[in-house]
Ligand binder design. Structure first.
Ligand SMILES: NC(=O)c1ccc[n+]([C@@H]2O[C@H](COP(=O)([O-])OP(=O)(O)OC[C@H]3O[C@@H](n4cnc5c(N)ncnc54)[C@H](O)[C@@H]3O)[C@@H](O)[C@H]2O)c1
Ligand SMILES: C[N+](C)(C)CC=O
Length: 485
């Protein structure tokens, strides 16, 4: 397989970058996948300057024209779905059966949704009895956007689409672990007619991200990443009084009541823990099951989870691919050992898998711990791997209190046939996104984001518009101006 190139995209042109050498590995084989150079502070500066110039053109284009560009870019990406899905699988290690139906499509749907929204952006008229005021909804300016590695093209589009629809310009830095697909988004936008400079890509790790956040030409910062990075980035952004959107990590609860359809609940728990090898921010890794049904639930869960197919992520039959990096693999394995050491019972997995796996790939068996307690490390900390903790509960008040006993608040799920209870419980859960009788479904129409240390702001849905525009108030005097002097 020939090497991919890691590239910048600045002012409408691909660019090699001028910093230190950058290399990424294919998680399935540990072979070098891509090479290039990191962006320096000067590269970031060039990208921000291009964005500032692009912004002046883009914000003044009619919304219908902005919408046309986004629709066209969406179609270009849709046409390239299979080729880009393969890039995402090679970059992230996630199974092709996922990337072919989720990643590019989710990005495309986001571009289409916000293309549709662009023309409906409006302010309000305020009657002041003779005089009046109105508000204008204006673009924020240049958005510095930074992504995580698990869903690269989706994250790029979830940031670009609302930002561009509202008339902003963007400088995007993908994760240094998965740098490839951001350029495909830039190329699709350019082919669709986006003016040069409106969407730029810089490459690199923390230093490059920090240069972007600190840059005085950046008006808003949008980060998808861990809570620890979020706290640092938000603090720097606050120094420049920049608006932020923070899409961060979680340790979300999934609650299975005694009246739940257990087969659905098992499907939900699997989706909430093993999809993408467990590397999903909103995963429901604390599975609270009513004590009266826990034995039946675990029996069904093990019976179905032991058949999950691990292997080469490029093969269509593979359901669980390798872990993205050695560092992430070691982190997951260390949490598994801590879980065993703290007394949780490992009823499935709990080990690495190498037999019949592609050489060089780092695979973790889907792992289920039962007999977990609220104070265990594996129950409190985000693992970001295929590790599920099952806990039991006796009643509704108790489980809500325990579900909320976390520093995070990204997501939560409730399985029950009693819909009154479903709505009552989610109303009391401290989470930005909740599901009743399903898990991890994120349509673009629905706002997504967290509370507490899981973040601020929302992506998707009309709610995202609030975070990519600001309101200007205009007071209009219709009579004479009286002065007391
Ligand atoms: N809420 C969401 O929508 C969502 C989605 C996906 C992933 N995540 C979270 O992301 C994390 C996994 O991703 P990760 O390991 O890439 O996260 P990370 O926090 O290590 O890195 C995220 C991004 O921030 C950059 N970065 C790191 N330090 C920085 C700094 N000081 N200044 C500017 N940029 C900096 C990185 O280069 C990367 O691009 C998990 O915690 C996961 O839950 C959240
Ligand atoms: C945002 N989401 C849940 C689709 C992928 C996050 O890891």
């Amino acid at each position: 397989m020939s090497l991919y190139q890691i590239q910048n995209f600045i002012n409408g042109k691909k660019d090699a970058g001028s910093g230190a050498e950058m290399v990424t590995l294919n998680p399935a084989t540990n072979a070098v996948l891509a090479k290039g150079k990191e962006s320096t502070a000067a590269d970031v500066d060039a990208a921000v300057k291009a964005a500032r110039a692009g912004f002046e053109i883009w914000k003044n284009m009619p919304a219908a024209e902005r919408a046309r560009v986004l629709f066209k870019a969406a179609q270009i990406l849709r046409d390239r779905n299979d080729e880009l899905a393969l890039v995402e699988t090679r970059d992230t290690g996630r199974a092709i059966q996922e990337t072919e139906i989720v990643d590019v499509i989710s990005g495309v749907e986001c571009l289409e949704y916000f293309a549709g929204v662009a023309g409906s952006l409006s302010g309000e008229h305020i009657d002041l009895g003779g005089n009046f005021a109105y508000t204008r909804r204006e673009a924020v300016g240049v958005c510095g956007a930074i992504g995580a590695w698990n869903y690269p093209i989706q994250i790029a589009c979830w940031k670009a689409a609302p930002a561009l629809a509202c008339g902003n310009a963007v400088v995007y830095k993908p994760s240094e672990v998965t740098p490839l697909s951001a350029i495909a988004v830039a190329e699709a936008l350019q082919e669709a007619g986006l003016p040069d400079g409106v969407y730029n890509v810089v490459q690199g790790a923390r230093t490059c991200g920090a240069a972007l956040v600190e840059h005085p030409g950046v008006d808003k910062v949008s980060l998808t990443g861990s809570a620890e990075t979020g706290a640092k980035v938000a603090a720097v952004a606050a120094g420049g009084m920049k608006a932020v959107t923070m899409e961060l990590g979680g340790k979300s609860p999934m609650i299975v009541f005694e009246d739940a359809d257990l087969d659905n609940a098992v499907s939900g728990a699997q989706m909430a823990n093993f999809y993408s090898s467990g590397q999903i921010c909103s995963n429901g890794t604390r599975v609270f099951v009513h004590e009266s049904v826990v034995d039946a639930f675990i029996e069904k869960l093990i019976a179905r989870s032991k058949n999950l197919v691990l292997g080469d992520p490029e093969k269509p039959e593979t359901q669980v691919g390798p872990i993205v990096t050695k560092a992430q693999f070691e982190k997951i394995m260390s949490y598994i050992e801590v879980g065993k050491g703290e007394g949780a019972k490992c009823v499935l997995g709990g080990h690495a898998v190498s037999e019949n796996m592609p050489e060089g790939g780092l695979f973790v068996a889907p792992t289920i711990f039962t007999g977990c307690t609220d104070d265990m490390t594996i129950v409190r900390e985000e693992i970001f791997g295929p590790v599920m903790s099952v806990l039991t509960f006796k009643n509704e008040d108790e489980v809500i209190k325990r579900a909320n006993d976390t520093q995070y608040g990204l997501a939560a799920g409730v399985f029950t046939r009693d819909l009154s209870r479903g709505h009552r419980v989610v109303a009391r859960l401290e989470a930005g996104t909740c599901w009743i009788n399903t898990y991890n479904i994120t349509p673009i129409e629905m706002p997504f984001g967290g509370v507490k240390k899981s973040g601020v702001g929302r992506e998707n849905g009309r709610a995202a518009i609030e975070h990519y525009t600001r309101i200007k108030s205009v007071y209009v005097e219709t009579g004479d101006v009286e002065a007391p002097y």
